[in-house]
Design a binder for this molecule. Structure first.
Ligand code: SF4
Ligand code: SF4
Length: 222
């Protein structure tokens, strides 16, 4: 899922201070799982932002609404209604959701309430960890389902660097060495032979170095 963090209230308040009527549009998808989207978070944010101490003049008046997926134009067209007197939309969605709203509501300012952080998973209560960088050419089949592109600080594809120590990465004693995890997992799977195979040079053309990417759905290829 996409993980995002709420911007500091002060920063959001400054962004919306020129407007009198702000509609908070929360996304009910990924970011609702990390509690920075969804109806309840939108109401909580509206309450926090309504406090006069954040503004030199009067605070804006807020409306809140939630849409299941803020990154789909069809969903927005079918389900999102914002009051006619809205001056600006405050989006509680990832950057893709914010931009989809901006393309849909050309005449209204769309302001992000979140900092989009990463693609990750909920590992423990309240702890999300980055798991994928969307490189476009997945190697998990050969690495025991653990991503070296994301979880190795040096993106190494053929085993650990010399800094790996006691299963930890040289960047921090609190960070597992991705390659230690991969080796342990391959051992458990009885697939340690995979570790001996050298990865050919990875084709990074599908990564984001070539600029924004797009994909055309073509169905399951047989
Ligand atoms: S190899 Fe690429 S697609 Fe697969 S998990 Fe890692 S970053 Fe994501
Ligand atoms: S210690 Fe492990 S995870 Fe850290 S950079 Fe080296 S190989 Fe990658």
């Amino acid at each position: 899922m996409i993980v995002a963090d709420l911007k500091p209230i002060r920063e959001i308040a400054e962004s919306i201070s020129p407007f009198q009527k702000v509609t908070i549009v929360a996304c009910g998808g990924c970011v609702s799982v990390c509690l920075t989207g969804g109806a309840r978070s939108a109401d909580t944010l509206a309450r926090a932002l309504s406090h006069p101490r954040h503004y030199r003049k009067r605070p804006p008046i807020f409306d809140t609404t939630t849409i299941q997926r803020q990154c789909e134009k069809d969903f927005i067209a079918a389900y999102l209604k914002v009051p006619d007197d809205t001056d600006a939309i405050l989006s509680m969605a990832c950057g893709a959701g914010v931009q989809t709203l901006a393309e849909t509501f050309g005449e209204l300012p769309i302001i992000p309430a979140l900092n989009t952080s990463f693609l990750g998973s909920l590992d423990e209560p309240g702890i999300w960890r980055e798991k994928c960088q969307g490189c476009g050419s997945c190697v998990l089949a050969f690495t025991g389902g653990i991503c070296p592109v994301t979880r190795c600080a040096k993106h190494l594809l053929n085993g650990p660097c010399g800094g790996s120590s006691n299963g930890k990465c040289e960047i921090s004693k609190d960070v597992d060495c991705a390659w230690q995890l991969i080796i342990d997992r391959l051992k458990a799977l009885g697939r340690l032979d995979d570790y001996e195979k050298l990865f050919p040079m990875k084709d990074w053309s599908s990564d984001r170095g070539g600029g924004p990417r797009s994909m055309q759905f073509s169905g399951v290829k047989t």
